[in-house]
Ligand binder design. Structure first.
Ligand SMILES: Nc1ncnc2c1ncn2[C@@H]1O[C@H](COP(=O)(O)OP(=O)(O)O)[C@@H](O)[C@H]1O
Ligand SMILES: [Mg+2]
Length: 437
C-alpha cells in the first residue's frame, strides 16, 4: 500500500473534502451532522485544516475552528479502508491531529475539543491521541426561530418575534387554551403527528368574543408557543397606500407570502369584512372582496396561520365565515370562576396574596373580563402606593402595610364592567349559532 502523507489543506482539496464528508456520515444517521458541510468548508478556507493524502486522493482530514481561546474540531475522519490498515490507520490519525494542533498552537488555544455523535469511529482515534472523554455531559441545541435573511422580510411587514413564555402567561381560560392547543398549536407544531391521524393543520381561524376577553393575548400566545414571528396587519393604516386599502392588503399579503413562518393577525376584522350588499354598496365592499381573495390564497401555503379577531362576529359577511375559509370560529368568552381566580393571582403581588380572600374577589368579579380584573388589580396597587406615600416613609424591609381584600373590593367598585348583560347574552347566542370548533 502506498504511503499516506499529511499536509496542509489547499484550495484544490475542496472536492476531496466534500467526498470525505459524504463518506463520513453513516448511512444510519437520522439527524443532520452537527457541523454542516458549509461550516467545515469555511473552516478549511480559514487555513485551519490538514489532510491525509494517498495516491493523490484525500483519505483523511482534520478541520478545526478557533474562537475565544478554544479550538473545536468540526470534522475529523479517515477513510475506513485506511483506518483498517494496521500500519497506516493509526499513523494517519495521529499525524492529522498532530499537524492540526501545530497549526492551531500559535493562536494560543487552551483546549481542543470535539463533539462526536454516538456510533461514529472518530472517538477511538482521538482517545488514542491524548483526548479525554468527558462523562456526564449532555448536548442540547435550539434552532433560533428566524434566520438573518428572514429578518429583513419581517421588518418590511412589521413582524416580530415575541417573547417565548406568553402562552404560560395566559392565566386560567383553560377551556379556550385547550381548544387552541388541540386545534392550532399541536397540528402546526407537529405536522407529522397530525398527518398520522389525518388531521389537516389549520390555515386560518377566527376568534370572537366581547372586548377584553383575551383575543389579542391568545393570538400572540399562539405565535409565541409556535415560535413563529407575529405579524399584525392594520387595515386602517393601509388607506394611505396608492390604490387604497384593497391594494395595500394585496401588497402586504404578497410580502407575508415570502415569509417561511408567520402568525398573521388582523384585529377588529369586522371593520373591513362586515356584511356586504346594500344600495349603494358600502365603501368597504372592495376591501372585503380583496380580503376574501387573500385569505383564499393564504390558505395555499404551509407554515403560516392567519388569526382574525372580532368583537362583533354577527356583523361579519356570511361568505367570510364560510367553511373552507376559516377552519375554526372560536369563541373567547368571559372567564369563569377558576379563570378569574387565576387572573387575580397573576395580578396580585406574590407576597400579598396569602392575606387576600381570593374567593371574595372571584365572586365580586363575576361578569368582568380579564382586562377589567387587570385594571382593578392595578388600580388597587396604585391606590395603596399613593396612600402609603402620604404616610411616613418606612424602609422597604420593615414595611408591614400590604394590600387587603378591601383594597381590591374598593378598586372593583370603581371598575365598570366592559361587557354589558346584553352583550354577554348576545355572545351566548353567537356561540350557539356561529361558533365552529
Ligand atoms: N387570560 C388572561 N390572563 C391574564 N391577563 C389577561 C388574560 N386575557 C387578557 N388579559 C389582559 O387583558 C387585557 C386585554 O386583553 P386583550 O387580549 O387585548 O383582549 P381582546 O383582544 O379580546 O380585546 C390585556 O392587557 C391582557 O394582558
Ligand atoms: Mg384585541
Amino acid at each position: 500500500m502506498t504511503r499516506t502523507r499529511i499536509r496542509d489543506f489547499h484550495d484544490d482539496d475542496l472536492d476531496g473534502i466534500i467526498r470525505l464528508f459524504e463518506a463520513a456520515v453513516p448511512e444510519s444517521a437520522t439527524a443532520p451532522p452537527l457541523y454542516p458541510l458549509s461550516e467545515v468548508l469555511a473552516a478549511c478556507q480559514r487555513n485551519q485544516a490538514v489532510v491525509a493524502v494517498r495516491d493523490e486522493e484525500i483519505v483523511g482530514a482534520a478541520v478545526g475552528r478557533a474562537a475565544h481561546g478554544q479550538g473545536v474540531l468540526v470534522f475529523f475522519h479517515v477513510l475506513e479502508a485506511v483506518r483498517a490498515d494496521p500500519e497506516q490507520g493509526t499513523r494517519a490519525e495521529a499525524g492529522l491531529l498532530d499537524a492540526l494542533e501545530r497549526r492551531l498552537m500559535p493562536l494560543g488555544l487552551g483546549k481542543l475539543s470535539m463533539l462526536i455523535p454516538a456510533g461514529t469511529s472518530a472517538c477511538d482515534g482521538l482517545v488514542a491521541n491524548g483526548f479525554e472523554t468527558r462523562s456526564g455531559l449532555k448536548y442540547v441545541e435550539r434552532h433560533l426561530p428566524v434566520q438573518r435573511r428572514e429578518l429583513d422580510r419581517l421588518k418590511t411587514v412589521g413582524g416580530r418575534i415575541l417573547p417565548r413564555h406568553l402562552w404560560d402567561g395566559v392565566s386560567g381560560m383553560q377551556e379556550e387554551k385547550d381548544t387552541l392547543e388541540d386545534r392550532l398549536v399541536v397540528p402546526l407544531a407537529e405536522p407529522d403527528l397530525a398527518d398520522h391521524f389525518g388531521v389537516v393543520p389549520p390555515r386560518a381561524v377566527m376568534l370572537f368574543g366581547p372586548p377584553g376577553t383575551g383575543k389579542t393575548t391568545f393570538a400572540k400566545a399562539v405565535a409565541s408557543r409556535l415560535d413563529w414571528p407575529f405579524v399584525e396587519v392594520f387595515p386602517s393604516r393601509l388607506s394611505g397606500e396608492p390604490g387604497g386599502v384593497a391594494a395595500g392588503l394585496r401588497t402586504t399579503f404578497e410580502q407575508i407570502n415570502e415569509l417561511e413562518h408567520a402568525v398573521v393577525f388582523i384585529d377588529e376584522v369586522e371593520e373591513i369584512a362586515s356584511k356586504r350588499g346594500g344600495e349603494p354598496p358600502s365603501p368597504t365592499q372592495g376591501v372585503t372582496n380583496e380580503l376574501l381573495k387573500q385569505v383564499g390564497q393564504f390558505r395555499d401555503r404551509e407554515g403560516r396561520l392567519l388569526i382574525c379577531a372580532t368583537n362583533f362576529v354577527r356583523a361579519l359577511d356570511a361568505a367570510f365565515l364560510r367553511h373552507g375559509r376559516f377552519d375554526y370560529v372560536i369563541p373567547i368568552g368571559l372567564p369563569d370562576a377558576t379563570a378569574r381566580e387565576a387572573i387575580w393571582s397573576r395580578y396580585i403581588p406574590e407576597h400579598t396574596i396569602a392575606g387576600v380572600d381570593l374567593e371574595v374577589l372571584v365572586n365580586a368579579s363575576d361578569g368582568l373580563t380579564p382586562a377589567d380584573i387587570e385594571y382593578a388589580a392595578r388600580r388597587a396597587s396604585q391606590e395603596a402606593l399613593a396612600s402609603s406615600l402620604r404616610q411616613q416613609h418606612v424602609d422597604i424591609s420593615s414595611r408591614s402595610d400590604v394590600l387587603s381584600t378591601d383594597d381590591y373590593l374598593e378598586a372593583l367598585r370603581a371598575t365598570r364592567a366592559t361587557v354589558s348583560e346584553e352583550t354577554a347574552r348576545e355572545f351566548g347566542e353567537d356561540v350557539e349559532t356561529i361558533a365552529r370548533l
